[in-house]
Design a protein around this ligand. Sequence first.
Ligand SMILES: Nc1ncnc2c1ncn2[C@@H]1O[C@H](COP(=O)(O)OP(=O)(O)OP(=O)(O)O)[C@@H](O)[C@H]1O
Length: 565
Amino acid sequence: MRQGKYGRRTAKFSFRCAAAPVAGTTLLAQAGWRWIRADDYAATDDLIFRERVRTRRRRQAWMAGLTYLGGTVAATAWWDTRAPALAAAALAAVGTAVEVRRRVKDRPLPFKLPGRKGGTPQENQVVRAAIDAKLGRVEGMKLASPVLTEDGGWSTILQLPPGQRARHALGKEADFASALGVGESQVVFELLPEHAGRLAIFVAKSDPFLKLYPSPLIGRTEPLDFWAGVPAGVNGRGRAERLRLVDASLLVAGEPRAGKSAAVNGIIGTAALAVTPKIHLFDGKGAGDHRPWRKIAHTTVKRNAQGLLAHLRKMQAQMERVFDMLDEAGGSTKLTPELCRQFGVDVELTVVDETRYYVTSPHGAEIVEAMVDIASRGPAAGILLVLATQRMTTDAIPGPLKGVCSLRWAMRCPDTTASNAVLGQGAAGAGYNASEIPRSHRGVGILDADGSDPVKIRSYFLDDAGTDLQDLAAVAYELRRAAGTLPPAEQEAATDPVEEILAAFGDADRMHTADLIEALGAGWTAGRVAQVLKPHGVTPGQVVIDGVNRNGYRRTDLEALFVAA
Ligand SMILES: Nc1ncnc2c1ncn2[C@@H]1O[C@H](COP(=O)(O)OP(=O)(O)OP(=O)(O)O)[C@@H](O)[C@H]1O
């Protein structure tokens, strides 16, 4: 009895084993044929697109077939006459693997094989995910471009059914991510200006908002152009985003520890390295966040509402002066870098941190009135305003003030109401909701720059716990000292750079340039040392120290300058 049972089982097992390569190869051939015929696009009504896919796939199938046959023929001729048998066996092995996978898949867990996690999906998988995420109707949902593997992920363009708007898909990134089986921050939807029914989809391999993006300001030793925009951060597609503060006033809001100070420090750092803008910092928190900038800022005031009001009045007067000059010049009605040089005026950047402290003070009403005036008219005269706040309620940012800040940067907000308070009513409904930013995503926010759709970015990282800010301020100090744009008291007190270079020699009578700039510290480069000394006739030469011959300077050459003086 038992023997009969085992015999039957053995026969069944042998048959299943023998049938596996045949069944698997047949499955493979059927799938291949369906793929070549583009059956996954059977529902599409865009026949030209389907035919293009078919042509491309037919070409790929021919190439694969010819490579297989050519390889077999070549191997038979040059290697072994058993090559055709081996090639057929390889094909049968692939077929067997397909069949085994199918059988394992049909069995209950734990025999399931892992899927292709993180890879570029098939076109039909993307269409299915779009349907599952309810991005649009089922009929007519298709891809308008192939799924392309990119550096950090994959991308495609989804064609929504006729009459449906891609804009309505914004905000459904998480649903699409769930349908695809990836993290919600990995999915980026973008509208295409040329087609309202098409949605550009990018899916990153890993969460782009958990990556650290070191600030491009770090290590910079040359002045930069403030008019070209502030490097704000990196979007979900890995593209750099800039913020043009010279066009409008900015409101930065978000809950505590969301990354407001980091964003504001990036702005101050850019202005500092731009050398000419005058920086005015008002700290309503009073925790010393602006300490690194004290030597280069024209104003650093803590928790002094009356001081801010006096400053705003000065800025209003400066604004009127610039408008008069523009009017008299008769050309542009907006300040430009050329007009700044012509009029002898500079951009004035005022940063108000923890705005609520000032607008709720006894001078609040006057402060709000002056801020509204500056925020709306100031940018055209180079008078710029950046307001940062932890609270989004109307007592922290009164309605009229919010209304005139056309640049808005919402870091993580506690709820949808707060997010809408920053980005505008209806922003969450349109897919821009800063309360959906995970708490772990520090420095991530939605930037709404006037004139374009809001974009989610992670700000560039400036390590406030390390020396990034001090290093940056030191470079800015040197650049401003050379340009003569330090605040007046600081410019007067600034030591002569030649004296500083001489001091860096210590007791040495010769120094290699590399060691000299290390001794001089942040803000110094070989180029800057040469630039300081060249007008005095001192140039670097070959200097031998401990048998090492390198470019360097001699102490006597520098001392001679002071004797001559
Ligand atoms: N872009 C970023 N990348 C990585 N970490 C960041 C980024 N921005 C901010 N952080 C980190 O998040 C933390 C909080 O940042 P920050 O102090 O700027 O927040 P905040 O909103 O100004 O907080 P508060 O309102 O309490 O002053 C800091 O430790 C900072 O290093």
